[in-house]
Design a protein around this ligand. Sequence first.
Ligand code: KIV
Length: 272
Amino acid sequence: MSVSTNKKPMNAKKIMEMKGKAPIVCLAAYTTPIAKIADQHCDLILVGDSVGMVLHGLPSTQGVSVEMMVMHGQAVRRGADHALVVVDMPFGSYESSPEQAFETAAYIMKETDCTAIKLEGGAHMAQTIDFLTSRGIPVMAHVGLTPQSVKGIGGYAVQGRGEDHQRVLDDAKAVQDAGAFCVVLEMVTEELANAATALLDIPTIGIGASNQCDGQVLVVDDMLGMFQDFKPKFVKRFAELGIDAQAAIQTYAKDVRSRAFPGADHVYADKK
Ligand code: KIV
């Protein structure tokens, strides 16, 4: 069952056409209730593999499976009529060959009814992006900090400083030339994000990048303030739901122990 927002569904072409016209609002989300809210305000909902860390308590995104992405992709799709739903391809499901990537992407798209997939990597993934896009699969690319390879790049560090600037720009250009309809720039310098946004014809979607990117993405649980122990510089908290949840659950426990809950309003009387 999907909600109706009375807005026409987004597609990859419409996202591309927003470049230079209006900032593209994206949110990484994983559940139907949040997707229903995001669908009213966002252009694109990314079912990110960050779901593994955010909802499943994994130490990194490397343990995320295709089936996890399918389950959360289906949940988000049930809540989204308007926003473009993009599902991440998890670590190990696409890197070994363009054919492997096609099989995974086609499976995810069939099972979730999402419109596009996302994969991480720059120039070295260009051949795969070309293989997918020339077979009708819209691809959102992701360069700069690529969390799936965080062990190989030495941790969650800002990318594109000094001599690294040109490498990340080359990556962004390579994924564009291979056919990606937009590209996430994660944890790169502001200068680099601005340069990439000016250089590319496709939209740049920043996270820890620059307000001059063509769009922005954040993880919904981060921007809602669900975690007290995770506060990266690039996350602005638009709410403090973690603090509210803590207080609510503490009060619930107290009320159960004191038998204040359930009260008269929460119980059923026999029929008179
Ligand atoms: O997995 C994810 O949520 C992402 C975004 C943060 C870009 O890749």
